[in-house]
Design a protein around this ligand. Structure first.
Ligand code: G2I
Length: 455
């Protein structure tokens, strides 16, 4: 697990060149809001079809100044630590959602959306997972994705399905980690499991030091392009944007090249080194997001300088006494001034191209994601020419294969021929329409076509 000092060392390393070339001239930022402009970050972003969020800590929710700022200014929330693997699954298959739920319930009760951070990461893993490897770890990781995303199904705007899986430096390749050593396909397995568990959430890949066109961001770009070409379900890329004293000149172009691949982009953990350019950097990031129609929102990584993981960098929008900083005013002004390119209204996914069966009844098809020793199966159930109310899919498993987890269906057993029945929310399927369920297992996935019967 990465501790705070390691993290800070990494940030220092990342920021060192920026600090060395600190520009002396500060850019003056217009401060007066225009007459029709939004008066808070959240309201102004909403006028532009976007959200403006903050990472918050459950441990600070009794601080009234903190909560007053949150409630007044933001319309999106991220849990700073409470949804990480170590927090939500402290013992294997024993889940703990108390702190995360306090954040989620507060947000939803006030009409704020929630970014889920994060399902899989090499850091902040529970001790039991840190010691695992191979298919045991892969299965545990997919189980974690499935269980947590299922628990929060319908409540999460965007999930950081995978966080920080790429290496720093010039390689453009993956970071070494216990997860990476389970096989290069661990990221796509995680995205498929997340989609099956919560089909309504946007699924994001999130990383840092990707704030311009560089080897790392290009490595991620190539992965996203590959995922889109092969139908791996990815909807968005998060750019953490832990920034130094300068604004990268190719920041907007980098967002745009990802958007052009057909994914949304989000600024997910924005904070900026203190100094005379801080307000300008915040405003520049905001303008870049507004200029990219698929940039759907910005999240700052904390509220007051005293809440920040960056300690003495004073990297946020409110000072330690809860006063708005110049950086706050410049950000709001940029939000109010911008807005030439509203994001498109969310379009539903294209209808399935599989023709419905001609008669009544139902059909089922399986998509398998396999690795040595395990697999995830996503099953699509399609109604025939008449609506159905209840279905059962029969799957023949090879000898030695065992089902270790099922979502959106009830399994009759774990091996041999298994019947998967609908659960209460997906039994009704309209004529020609589809629903999905999934299961994961050890051994080899099913090769024979499943059968579907009504009832
Ligand atoms: O490191 C900054 C961020 C980089 N991107 C991913 C984010 O998830 C990450 O957030 C930070 C939190 O802001 C810190 O609050 O992640 C750190 C862990 O890598 C968080 O620090 C941890 C400390 O390491 C723990 O000692 C502490 O118990 O915060 C915990 C809760 O305060």
């Amino acid at each position: 697990m990465k501790d705070r000092s390691t993290t800070r060392a990494r940030l220092r390393l990342a920021l060192a060149p920026l600090l060395a070339t600190c520009a002396a001239a500060a850019t003056m930022v217009a401060m007066a809001p225009s007459a029709s402009a939004g008066t808070t970050l959240g309201a102004s972003a909403a006028e532009k079809g976007r959200y403006f969020g903050a990472a918050i800590a459950a441990g600070r929710m009794s601080d009234s100044q903190y909560m007053n700022i949150l409630n007044a200014e933001f319309n999106s929330v991220t849990a700073e630590n409470e949804m990480k693997w170590a927090s939500t699954e402290p013992q294997q298959n024993v889940f703990s959602y108390g702190s995360a739920d306090r954040i989620v319930n507060h947000a939803l009760s006030r009409g704020m959306s929630v970014r889920g951070h994060t399902l899989l990461w090499h850091a902040q893993q529970p001790g039991w997972a840190q010691g695992m490897s191979g298919s045991a770890l892969r299965n545990a990781a997919i189980n974690h994705v499935t269980k947590v995303a299922t628990y929060y199904r319908g409540k999460i705007h965007s999930w950081d399905v995978v966080n920080e899986a790429f290496a720093d430096g010039g390689s453009g390749g993956r970071r070494d980690s216990n997860l990476q050593r389970t096989g290069n396909d661990w990221i796509e397995a995680a995205f498929r499991a997340a989609r099956a568990a919560d089909p309504g959430a946007k699924l994001c890949y999130n990383d840092y030091n990707t704030d311009g066109i560089n080897a790392k961001s290009t490595g991620i770009y190539n992965m996203v392009r590959d995922f889109k070409s092969r139908g791996v379900p990815i909807d968005c890329v998060g750019f953490q944007s832990h920034l130094g004293t300068t604004f990268p000149g190719d920041y907007q172009a980098n967002l745009q090249r990802f958007a052009d691949l057909g994914v949304d982009v989000q600024i997910t953990e924005l904070d900026v080194m203190k100094g005379s350019n801080q307000a300008n950097v915040f405003a520049s990031v905001t303008r870049a997001c507004l200029a990219v129609s698929r940039c759907t929102g910005i999240t700052v990584w904390g509220i007051r300088d005293s809440d920040s993981w960056r300690g003495s960098d004073d990297a946020l929008l409110w000072d330690r006494s809860g006063n708005k900083k110049q950086a706050y005013h410049s950000t709001l002004e940029a939000l109010n001034a911008g807005g030439g390119t509203p994001p498109p209204t969310t379009t539903p996914p294209p209808p399935t191209t599989t023709p419905p069966p001609s008669g009544g009844g139902c059909t089922a098809s399986v998509t398998l994601n396999s690795w040595s020793g395990g697999f995830v199966a996503n099953v699509k159930v399609t109604a025939g020419s008449a609506a159905i109310n209840g279905w059962t899919v029969r799957v023949a498993l090879p000898g030695g294969t065992a089902v270790t987890g099922t979502w959106s269906a009830q399994a009759s057993g774990a091996s041999g021929t298994v019947n998967f029945r609908n659960v209460d929310y997906n039994g009704q399927v309209g004529a020609g329409a589809s629903t999905e369920f999934g299961f994961q297992g050890t051994g080899v996935g099913p090769s024979a076509a499943p059968t579907c019967t009504v009832g």
